[in-house]
Design a protein around this ligand. Structure first.
Ligand code: HEM
Length: 466
């Protein structure tokens, strides 16, 4: 356990109130619709394994040994949760996220080279430019104005994923995807309930029509792109070209148009929302912590001065990364991952029956009383690399762990570091009077109703100070 932080006063950002006990039907369903995070029982924040009788039967696994056994030691034999796959299927089809075994290895191998460190560094100027463009928009609106930071950051991260791994292909879809994204997320929790009880996708449900329309719009837009690229040949080195040229080494099979659409959609959606949410929460946290804001500014000034953030700066921005890690700890963008327990198991002395939904509540693992000192307190110092005791990869796992670990983790950290440094150097952020964000999970962990923040530009300050 890391040593206690002695700074005062402490800042305790908002967190969900856990269910006092594992919820039974129908309370589990009602809660899941409202906010996935409230389903996690209080016991999961202090015990390694907690059974929830259901129906459906679930088990919350937050102990390090048990997470290791499930996600790492069982290799790729522990299938990703059926529930998660079914929820995503209408949008992601049979993409990398949803497949297992040989099929997964082939698809993952085709995408992996694009996410190697030496390839990622080529994206740095694009990331810096997208961040500067967001700052420029705040400047145009006037220092001191209030912005929906979540939307602004989503716009910036969309530009990045679109212009890097997707080579500009999806630029034309940005308005539709960004503007209409609530149509998808507002319907997703209800859809998860339908999947739990094996109800069909077309059956009416709250938010269902808009959600289905958005799924169709996104898939049709990407389908047109794939057709276009087929006509012109699969040149280039972007994700679509790599997937088009990929061949299953055993069967020699190539990806169908349908599978190309599945994968491009899944990389696009996974590739901007998650990073944007991490940045949104980081900016909120910093808005409430002048001490860490000052430490970041000092570091950025020393490392990069007023130059655009470049590759050589990134690894020196240690404080910026500490703040990002703390944002990922308190608000992991993908707060729950799922595995199917297919056989009776003993998990750390707790019997778990076959056909149980295994939930790894990353949100609760990151606030587990056994692993974290004062877990609800904001303290980026936990990630100081000079500290003796550091969280293990089973205690801090915002990107998952094991073979199915997020393929985009290094990309996301690179992007978030450059963007956060650019934003904090350019502006101070503060909450409008009376506003406190409410963490809510609709697939991803987001601030309910968005994140309005007041943006005060620093260069304006200097001008007015004379
Ligand atoms: C802060 C940003 C991000 C977070 C917190 C995050 C989180 C995660 C997590 C927890 C998983 C593992 C799910 C599981 O084991 O069931 C995952 C998988 C995945 N992520 Fe990310 N992700 C982020 C950014 C990205 C980016 C930028 C991309 C692509 C450009 C991406 C693409 C994927 C893909 C394709 C998978 C599936 C990998 C597989 O099954 O082999 N993610 N992500």
């Amino acid at each position: 356990m890391p040593p206690p932080n002695t700074d005062t006063p402490g800042f305790y950002p908002p967190h969900v109130t856990p269910a006092p006990n594992p919820l039974r039907f129908p309370f589990n369903v009602q809660t899941l619709i409202r906010n996935n995070l409230e389903l996690i029982p209080e016991q999961a924040y202090r015990e390694p394994v907690v059974n929830a009788p259901g129906p459906p039967r679930m088990v919350f696994i937050s102990g390090s040994e048990q997470i290791k056994a499930l996600l790492l030691d069982s290799g790729d034999k522990m299938p990703k949760g059926h529930l998660q796959k079914e929820v995503l299927r209408p949008l992601f089809g049979n993409a990398l996220h949803a497949v297992e075994g040989r099929e997964w290895r082939w698809q993952r191998g085709a995408a992996a080279p694009l996410f190697r460190h030496r390839d990622l560094i080529h994206y740095v100027p694009v990331i810096a430019e997208a961040a500067e463009a967001a700052v420029e928009n705040w400047r145009k609106a006037g220092s001191g104005s209030v912005h929906r930071i979540d939307k602004d950051v989503i716009h910036a991260t969309y530009q990045v994923i679109s212009r890097t791994v997707l080579a500009g292909d999806v630029d034309a879809l940005s308005d539709m995807i960004e503007e209409k994204r609530p149509d998808y997320f507002n319907g997703v929790n209800w859809w998860a309930i339908y999947c739990m009880f094996h109800l069909p996708h077309w059956l009416p449900r709250p938010g269902g029509r808009k959600m289905r329309a958005q799924e169709t719009r996104i898939r049709n837009g990407i389908y047109r792109l794939v057709k276009e690229r087929r006509r012109h040949g699969a040149d280039g080195d972007d994700l679509l070209a790599r997937f088009m040229n990929a061949q299953d080494p055993e069967s020699g099979r190539q990806m169908s148009d349908e599978l190309l659409v599945d994968n491009i959609v899944s990389f696009l959606i996974s590739g901007f929302d998650t990073t944007a949410l991490t940045l949104t929460w980081a900016l909120y946290l910093i808005s409430q912590s002048p001490e860490w804001e000052a430490r970041m500014c000092e570091e950025i000034e020393q490392v990069a001065g007023s130059d655009p953030i470049a590759v050589e700066h990134v690894e020196k921005l240690a404080v910026v990364k500490q703040v990002l890690n703390e944002a990922l700890r308190l608000y992991p963008a993908a707060p729950i991952i799922i595995r199917d327990i297919e056989q009776d198991m003993d998990l750390g002395g707790v019997a778990v029956k076959a056909s149980t939904i295994g939930l790894i509540p990353i949100y609760a693992v990151h606030r587990h009383q056994e692993y974290w000192e004062d877990p609800n307190r904001f303290d980026p110092g936990r990630f100081d690399e000079h500290r003796d005791s550091k969280p293990s990869r089973y205690q801090f796992l915002p990107f998952g762990v094991g073979p199915r670990i997020c393929i985009g983790a290094a990309f996301a950290m690179l992007e978030a570091t450059i963007m956060l440094a650019t934003f904090v150097r350019a502006a101070r952020f503060s909450t409008p009077p009376g506003f406190t964000p409410e963490p809510m999970a609709q697939m991803f962990l987001m601030p309910k109703g968005g994140m309005p923040l007041e943006v005060t530009l620093r260069d304006r300050d200097r001008t007015s100070d004379g």
